[in-house]
Design a protein around this ligand. Sequence first.
Ligand SMILES: [Zn+2]
Length: 147
Amino acid sequence: MVRVAEQVLAYCSQCKMDLSATVVAMRGDQVVRVQCRTCRGERAFKAPKGITDPKQAPPPRTTTRGARTETGERPDHSVAAEWRKVLLAHKDRPLNAYSAKAQMAVGDRIAHPTFGEGVVMKQIHPNKAEIIFESDLKVLITGGPRV
Ligand SMILES: [Zn+2]
């Protein structure tokens, strides 16, 4: 379960992408406010767009006679949960050792000596990539996009 001050993956309306954010406020076990670690802006939590699944949307807040019987399964937006999901989705991709000279493509699995296994989420021009690891979403130097 996520707690205040922990890192989650959230959609930032300022940066217009899914980014690592610090939880500022919770309501029950739902994240309500986060601070984007990229622009430092504090705003209402939005689920990362990349994984938004209507089935995982939080139940409506209207408590009409308590007819809804939730299975108790809540969306888990922690970086580690997202990492597990992404890793599973790309489990068939070859695992390459991370190097600042290695060319990468989105979806590549990367073995990093410190952060462990990760998956390339985004290419950032010209020689950086956003890579999700179990502990955090990192922007690392690469040899550029793999062609
Ligand atoms: Zn931001």
